[in-house]
Design a protein around this ligand. Structure first.
Ligand code: NFE
Length: 458
């Protein structure tokens, strides 16, 4: 007899997520047979931006989220620069990459030590750990649990490192259409390098080995939480003004041919709202997207829209990036997501060391930006959780249209008009559950995606 379990709110994520799980016996094993993911809070940022000076978007969109404000600042700056047809000097791009890199490092470390590790290790029987669901914790992972405190220290150092150039983390004034406001000098560069060196040692000596320990203790999670297997990345960390050279290349991989990476066609992105609390429209491209709330609405169950690429759901994030760039192709599952994220953290830290050497003290870091009277611009990059896009229209020198598709909107999207589930919903289906009243295994699947519902609803 099928049992429905609702987890609301899902904790150890960012933002507000509810999951409804149908659990039933399949060949004598309790498994999730259906899953619905619901974003339970409406934000309204796209509406707030309408009518404002376009330059405000760099600062207002950072307030969408305290974990990835740098990604929103970058994407918004890129959209403004595309609209004004300018590019920033290379020095500014490097400084943006260094601050974004710091944000990736803090976010990935946060995801593993604070959001995922408590799903696998014994935690103290006291607040804030208790009360907790009863985990099948493995004693050999006690050292990983003990490293949670070191993970907090590492995350703090990553934030401090970013603030060397950005002034503060999170939420910075240093990003500006046309460039970057901080002027680098040798003192700041060395201060940044000192933290980067400490963090690189932490990633190599602690973070990656800890992920390997967890993956060896729970090998079954290389087969759990697969999803659709379609992967998408816009690419990120531009190393030249035109964005043709990037540390992370973009692309699309279809489950049907996982070794083939296709170029992205941005015009093939649409958002479906059949099961979302918005006025019904056909699937719309974000350049003409509409965010018109309608609650309640028959059959709808989420504030997230359902982004699709060529009508298909796409998983985004570190695993998609590492797969598309040929750096990690171990599979698509819970453990593969954790592994790819840790290995990507090292890849980015090593690139940051090179970028520090490429900063030229005294070289310009701003090219003049003026609001165009009438223009459109698209900003596309990678946030820690995956592909992030801002679509902007300017009329009479003010914002007339702003649409955002964030990584978690792709991953935690609801079903679309074709009845196809979002990637996280699909990944939950099939997961074995020992105790339907405490579906800890479902939490492991959810946490492997690192969802941020604050970013996912605009
Ligand atoms: Ni709120 Fe974000 C990242 C963005 S996720 S954390 O990473 O954009 O949807």
């Amino acid at each position: 007899m099928a049992k429905i379990t609702i987890v609301d709110p899902v904790t150890r994520i960012e933002g507000h997520l509810k999951v409804k799980l149908t659990i039933d016996a399949v060949n004598g094993v309790n498994r999730i047979t259906d899953a619905e993911c619901a974003g339970t809070q409406f934000r309204g940022f796209e509406a707030i931006l309408n009518g404002r000076d376009p330059r405000d978007s760099v600062y207002l969109t950072q307030r969408i989220c305290g974990i990835c404000p740098i990604a929103h600042a970058t994407t918004s700056s890129l959209a403004l620069e595309a609209a004004a047809v300018i590019t920033p000097p290379v020095n500014a791009l490097i400084m943006r990459n260094l601050v974004m890199g710091a944000d990736f490092i803090q976010s990935h470390i946060l995801n593993f030590y604070l959001l995922n590790v408590p799903d696998y290790v014994s935690v103290p029987a006291s607040a804030p750990w208790a009360p907790a669901w009863n985990a099948d914790a493995h004693a050999e992972l006690d050292s990983v649990g003990a490293n949670i405190v070191l993970g907090i220290e590492a995350r703090k150092r990553a934030h401090e490192m970013g603030a060397v150039f950005s002034g503060r983390m999170p939420n910075t004034q240093s990003y500006i259409a046309g460039g970057f406001t901080t002027v680098p000098n040798s003192g700041l560069i060395e201060k940044f390098r000192e933290s980067l060196s400490w963090l690189t040692k932490f990633i190599v000596n602690t973070y990656i080995p800890d992920v390997e320990l967890v993956s060896r203790a729970y090998p079954e999670y290389f087969d759990i939480g697969r999803g659709h297997g379609n992967l998408l990345s816009f690419g990120g960390f531009a190393q030249d003004g035109g964005g043709t050279t990037r540390l992370l290349n973009g692309g699309v991989v279809y489950d049907s041919e996982p070794s083939l990476v296709s170029a992205i066609d941005i015009e093939s992105i649409t958002e479906d709202v059949k099961y979302s609390w918005y006025q019904n429209t056909p699937p719309l491209k974000p350049a003409v997207g509409i965010t018109d709330p309608l609650y309640p609405k028959e059959a709808a169950y989420s504030w997230l829209k359902a982004p699709r690429y060529k009508n298909l759901p796409m998983e985004v994030g570190a695993l998609a990036r590492m797969w598309i760039n040929g750096d990690y192709r171990g599979g698509v599952s819970v453990m593969n997501r954790l592994m790819a994220r840790a290995l990507e953290t090292l890849k980015i830290a090593q690139a940051m060391d090179r970028w520090l050497n490429e900063l030229i003290v005294g070289s310009p870091n701003y090219n003049s930006y003026t609001n165009p009277e009438l223009a459109v611009g698209i900003g596309l990059t990678e946030a820690p959780r995956g592909a992030l896009g801002h679509w902007l229209c300017i009329e009479d020198s003010n914002i007339s249209h702003y649409q955002i598709i964030s990584p978690t909107c792709w991953n935690a999207s609801p079903m679309d008009s074709e009845g196809i589930k979002g990637p996280l919903e699909q990944a939950l289906i099939g997961t074995p559950i020992r105790n339907p009243g405490q579906p800890l295994e479902a939490l492991r699947v959810i946490h492997s995606f690192d969802p941020c519902l604050a970013c996912a609803v605009q």
